[in-house]
Design a protein around this ligand. Sequence first.
Ligand code: MN
Length: 499
Amino acid sequence: MASAKNILKIIKRKRLDIDSDMIKLAIQFANSAHKGQKRQTGEPFINHSLATAETLAEMGMDESTIIAGVLHDVPEDTNVTIEEIEKNFGKDVAYLVNGVTKLGTLKYRGLERYIENLRKMFLTMAEDIRVILIKFADRLHNIKTLYALPPHKRRRIAVETLEIYAPIANRLGMDEIKGQLEDLSFQYAYPDEYAWVQSQMVERYHTKERHLKIVKRQLEEELKKERIEYIKIEGRGKDMYSFYKKVMAHDKDFSKVNDLIALRIILDTIPECYTVLGTIHRRWRPIKGRVKDYIAQPKPNGYQSLHTTIFSDDGEVIEIQIRTKEMHEEASYGIAAHWHYDEKGSIKVEKKFEWVKDLSQWKQALNGKEYLEQLKINVFQNRIFVFTPRGDVIDLPEGATPIDFAYHVHTDVGNKCTGSRINGQLVKLDMVLKSGDMCEIIIDKKRKGPNPDWFNFAKTGTAKSHIKASRKKYVSIPSIWNIVEEVKKANPVQQKKKK
Ligand code: MN
């Protein structure tokens, strides 16, 4: 559990340039402000403040950010004001706490609110990335304690996390945070699918793990022979949600997804990474087409590593990732490892994250549609947003057709689809959709199932797997909007109040 002691320990271990007395002071301050308050879990409120600060320390953030993490709920939930925070902890801390408070909760309700929320999120991000990092740390603990909330709330928050927070964490290169957010939300957002993946994984995991241990031992021997020193070799399980998405993209065929667990080797230098790749390929046969050099060609979000997949002596398929310590830190916390102050004392992010700064230029004069267009390019690369006649948004990959749209609205809409209108015009089902299109699906209630030809122009894994497996039983994933509707129905009073 998070505690003052733990936070100070992390600061020491990471050698952060932070005055631990100031941290202790902030904790005392928050403690008395939140005195008597309890979380839904029954624990003292301060635990939430400490957990948030602990994540920020783990990310290697600066003193102001960690202190702001401790104090982030003070203005909203207590009588203590921003002015008092400023008096005690200075302008920078007050600015950050105020930023988090202003951002408030991001809710996924209706198109307007969705755009508004994203807009808020990105404008804040452009101003000072640290505010968003506090928000992520805050959300992470909220998700960890989600079990204490009533079921309908649980589900809404979990879906919100999967739809808004996780993609942004991914875009910011925060792998560790993204993985945790997704895995913790998955079970509440889609409990049936979660149970299914878990049961499938457990069994396969154990066989895999045995083979992994053998390969690990052999690799250690090999590296010893070649006198290569490494920092560590670890076996790692795949994040469940990303594994689930991968399995769905492969027509629910578990055997096609090989990286259930992978070996990861952490080394000191880049040349050592390439040397070790050579060592591995001399010892085991690599699978063709699976050698990836993300060191020379990083992923768009900045991710770097060498990947290879080999056949073990028993013919088992094993993925191996090779990277330096720095790459490992970056892969975990992304942008958090990439900002610094410039000479004037303002925040600077490194080149590969400069797009975050560009967002501030659109501060004025963007309508909702234009803004979505920009978001598409800058954040949800290669994604388009298409509207339902009711104004709900469906998020699809580029090149998607009305068939993909139909299946993303609902399985039944896909299965019973006979035609489509885009912006009021009747179109063929293989028409490529654009961002901002309003798409309407014409259904025939008597229709038994999809046309197999659709497979040729469907783009999304969801649509493809439905078309292919239309006769097999299929667990459907409700769209976010169905859930929103459910929440509205379950909570009519609250809904009214919001207006
Ligand atoms: Mn909070």
